[in-house]
Design a protein around this ligand. Structure first.
Ligand code: SAH
Length: 273
């Protein structure tokens, strides 16, 4: 295990998750219309969702400073409403996380875009995601040209439904597995990028070890059920680590025997692997 050579400020600088709430855009109607409107057809719904998706990208993602063209295109492309339970569809493009069952959430769209941008993906990269959940973040990663995605989910039902959802949408570059992601996916390591979408209170050392030289990891670290700090780790080509504090976030806890048996190791404030 390697200590990080950089000491960083620990204050939760910026609360970036679960903050603003926007109302989903609604289609405009003409006040002079006299003919009753036909019932919405599936294609009509799709057009409304597409409009809401475009507003989401402009109002909550571009406006907050995300500029990576591939990330913006992915956020414009993936049908987020197909990754949330039917009862939540009308909220799919709102600026907040949503429940996906089993006490878990699909992250706020801005956080998905921010974490994806922080990974600095390039053609040919292999990415490991811990916490498949709905599969939405995996689909966003899979939309980046030339990327292979490996994703692990600990809850069997979520793992199965995400696998089916991703398959049915034609994401052949996403490989899913049901397991405790604490131990990574050694058969496919090393990874050029690792993204963790549940919060442990320390960096799982297996993930650090499975990061390629020149790789990046984006991970929330902090106490379960509270606010955490979003960290970006960069491993230089000769294996030196640097850590960057990317502000305060709120994620669901990283569960499972791996994290639980090592809880407290490394502490909340010093995310040393
Ligand atoms: N990326 C997801 C967000 C899911 S929320 C999406 O786009 O929808 C975080 C997910 O991490 C939950 O589904 C939770 O079950 C999962 N998780 C928590 N601990 C885990 C672990 N040890 N290994 C794998 N997945 C884990």
């Amino acid at each position: 295990m390697r200590r990080i050579g950089v000491v960083l400020p620990l204050a939760l600088a910026l609360l970036v998750a679960c903050t603003a709430v926007t109302t989903p855009a609604t289609p405009t109607t003409s006040p002079t219309a006299t003919v009753p409107k036909p019932l919405p057809t599936p294609s009509g719904d799709e057009a409304v969702f597409a409009q809401q998706r475009e507003r989401m990208v402009i109002d909550t993602i571009e406006r907050r400073g995300i500029t990576d063209e591939d990330v913006l295109r992915a956020m414009r492309t993936v049908p987020r409403h197909l990754f949330v339970p039917e009862s939540q569809r009308q909220h799919a493009y709102g600026d907040y996380p949503l429940p996906i069952g089993y006490g878990q959430t699909i992250s706020q769209p801005y956080i998905v875009a921010l974490m994806t941008e922080l990974l600095e993906l390039k053609e040919g990269d292999k990415v490991l995601e811990i916490g498949t959940g709905s599969g939405y973040q995996a689909a966003i990663l899979a939309e980046i040209p030339g990327i292979k995605v490996y994703t692990i989910e600990i809850i069997p039902d979520l793992a199965e439904s995400a696998r089916e959802r991703l398959e049915s949408q034609g994401y052949t570059n996403v490989h899913c597995k049901q397991d405790d992601g604490y131990y990574g996916w050694s058969e496919h390591a090393p990874f050029d990028a690792i993204i963790v979408t549940a919060a442990p209170d320390h960096v799982p050392p297996f993930l650090m070890d499975q990061m390629a030289n020149g790789g990046r990891m984006v991970i929330p670290i902090g106490p379960p059920g509270g606010y955490q700090t979003l960290w970006k780790f960069v491993k230089s080509p000769d294996g030196e680590l640097q850590a960057f504090n990317k502000g305060g976030v709120a994620f669901v806890p990283f569960t499972g025997p791996g994290a639980e048996s090592h809880r407290g190791e490394g502490g909340h404030e010093w995310p040393f692997p």
